[in-house]
Ligand binder design. Structure first.
Ligand code: BG6
Length: 485
């Protein structure tokens, strides 16, 4: 199956994702000679453009979204020469014949990237099938949203499965394309140090924070009614939980890794209706300041009243031997104080302190895995403060710091989509999400939503630029835990 394709077909080619991420990523791969020679990229969308118009569009996207050091005139020209375009109304099967003609001979393999509105999945798959663009050498990459609950996600997956078997279906979670996310595997399974304490005996709790400073960013049509739980927790945050909590896979491949991740996702303790108010907190940003600027609240930005949550915090459990009794505190939100994605592993205290009688306080070790914007792994350890200790021993928490940016300075950081697009083109499924994972994720999320509906939970207001509703502080403080800030 790992076989590079000769053609790429991009649906939604004139959309936001394409401009910001896909075209710059494909250019990056092209510029470094990583795309198969002769690979053509056909874009399609509703907009009425021809090849020249799409190349202009792509050039403008590169101008805007590529960093200056990556721009190179001859590489840009070479990249644009790979691009073609065919306008298409995907809701109508008729246009797919012309698309097929445009793509041309696919005997060398075709990879399709589909980022489309949910209601277009059915017609698009039918159109591809009718046009003969679904054979054994065609694989498909799917961008979210793939449904908005278990039921609708099954429907989407069933539609896709009619034409593409699971081993040719590549579901994207762009967090898995991030270098630091993959680094979790290196840290856990490339070192002997952590694994013996990576369990309920060694770990007190885990915190995962994905905070953003942005608000709606013009995505109201998608975001409103979806909310933070579906937008961020269902996919990115649960994938982080899975990577942190999974058993060691026997080998580094798509089957072994995803087998272990899905076991974790299926072990998530369901949150029952009666528990939603004690185990979850939702919020919605109000007026406030973000990065030094006055910003409007969610409703004002949206132009109407809404109950969509822009913040969620959850106390979760993975019910298995390894994690018995270890809470996983998750929180994510928009318009928060900082942009930060971080995993904090709080280890247990030493069983007995020999320093107590000498007046020294001990703090338990903490491992901080910062995914963005900085990339580092920091282990907080106790060290003796220099001195003659006449008034008692003084110990202080100090960081053992591994800055990945510093350690790997000079190695270019790739956009997550560069990695994922290349894996799609080459047919490596390891960093894509399997259907059973997605369904386990939705099952857990749906129960929370049902609980919110039953309990009539409405998001609590929080000021833009804060760390969310105060109730999210209470969620952890009740257990004697403080969010790592
Ligand atoms: C997307 C969400 O999946 O992830 C967005 O739809 C969110 O709402 C984005 O802003 C965050 O991604 P990143 O890579 O900036 O952390």
């Amino acid at each position: 199956m790992r076989q590079p394709v000769g053609k790429l077909l991009l649906f939604g080619a004139t959309g936001d994702l394409s401009q910001r991420m896909l075209l710059p990523s494909l250019y990056g791969l092209h510029a470094d000679g990583l795309l198969p020679e002769g690979l053509t990229i056909t874009g399609t969308a509703r907009s009425d453009k021809d090849d020249a118009g799409f190349r202009e569009f792509a050039r403008a996207a590169l101008d805007e979204f590529l960093s200056a050091d990556r721009k190179n005139d001859s590489a840009v020209a070479g990249f644009l020469a790979r691009l073609y375009y065919q306008p298409l109304d995907a809701s109508n099967t008729v246009g797919f014949a012309a698309l097929k003609d445009k793509v041309g001979d696919i005997s060398g393999g075709l990879a399709i990237f589909l980022s489309t509105a949910p209601w277009l999945f059915g017609p698009t798959i039918k159109g591809l099938e009718a046009a003969g663009l679904t054979g054994a050498n065609v694989r498909i990459g799917l961008e979210k949203p793939l449904g908005f609950d278990l039921q609708s996600s099954r429907e989407v997956n069933d539609i896709v499965a009619e034409a593409f078997p699971e081993d040719r279906t590549f579901r994207i979670d762009h967090y898995l394309g991030k270098e630091t996310v993959q680094n979790i595997l290196a840290l856990r399974f490339g070192n002997s140090l952590f694994e013996p304490v990576w369990n309920a005996q060694g770990i007190d709790h885990v915190q995962i924070t994905v905070s953003e400073t942005v608000g709606l960013e013009g995505r109201a049509e998608y975001y409103d009614g979806v909310g933070a739980l579906r937008d961020m927790v269902q996919n990115h945050m649960l994938q982080l939980v899975a990577l942190i909590a999974m058993e060691p896979p026997a080998r580094f491949d798509g089957t072994a890794i995803r087998d272990e991740k899905v076991k974790v996702l299926r072990s998530l303790r369901p949150i029952r209706d009666a528990e939603v108010t004690s185990l979850t907190v939702t919020g919605q940003y109000g007026d406030g300041a973000s990065k030094g600027e006055i910003v409007k609240g969610y409703d004002a930005e949206l132009g109407k009243q809404s109950d969509t949550e822009t913040f969620v915090a959850i106390k979760a459990h993975v019910d298995n031997w390894r994690w018995h009794g270890v809470p996983f505190y998750l929180r994510t939100g928009k318009r928060l104080a900082e942009r930060r994605s971080e995993i904090v592993i709080q280890f247990k205290p030493v069983p007995h302190s020999i320093f107590a009688e000498r007046g020294a306080q001990l703090q338990s070790n903490t491992l901080v895995i910062r995914l963005q914007p900085e990339e580092y792994v920091r282990l907080l350890v106790m060290a003796k403060q220099p001195g003659l200790d006449r008034d008692g021993v003084r110990l202080r928490e100090v960081p053992l710091n591994l800055s990945l940016e510093h350690e790997f300075a000079g190695t270019r950081r790739r956009i997550a989509y560069e990695r994922l697009l290349l894996d799609l083109v080459e047919g490596d499924p390891t960093l894509f999400v399997r259907r059973d994972e997605v369904e386990a994720q939705w099952e857990w999320i749906d129960a929370i939503r049902r609980g919110w509906d039953t309990a009539g939970v409405k998001p609590k207001p929080y000021a833009s630029g804060s760390w969310g509703p105060t109730a999210s502080v209470a969620l952890t403080e009740r257990d004697g835990v403080t969010w790592h800030e």
